[in-house]
Design a protein around this ligand. Sequence first.
Ligand SMILES: [Ca+2]
Length: 140
Amino acid sequence: MGRMKAVGLATSLGFAATAVIGAGALSVAVVAPAQAAPNCGAYSFCLYQDWNFGGSQLSVPYRTKWADLRTYHFNDSTSSLATGSLVWGYLYQDINYKGATLTVPPASTITWLRGIPNGSWNPLANNWNDSASSVKNSCI
Ligand SMILES: [Ca+2]
C-alpha cells in the first residue's frame, strides 16, 4: 500500500522536485505536483492509503478517536496524511492508542510517511509508513 505508484503528470503549473529517498540499495527520485490536493476539510484529519494522498481516504471527524483502525479496513495502511486548518491529528502505532505517537499540527501535509521515523529498533519497520493502528482528531 505504501509502494511507489506512477509518478508525474505534466501540467502547465509545473513541478516541485521534492526529494531523493533511499529505498535500500536503490534511490528513487520523487517528483510531485507543486500543489497536492488532499481534499481534507478544515475540521478533518485525513489518512490516505498511498503516498502523495493517493488510494483510499479515511477522514477522521473533529473530536473523534478510533481505537482500532481494523474496523475501518485501514490498519497499518496509512502512507500520507493531512490535517484541516483547525484540528490536531494524533497517530498511534498500535491499537488502543499505544506505541509510538505522531502529533500533527493544524494545516499540515505529509506526502509520504516513510520519511518519518517512529523510533523502532527494527530497521525494516522504523518509520511511520503503513504503521498507524489508532487515531485521534483533536482529543487526547
Ligand atoms: Ca501498527
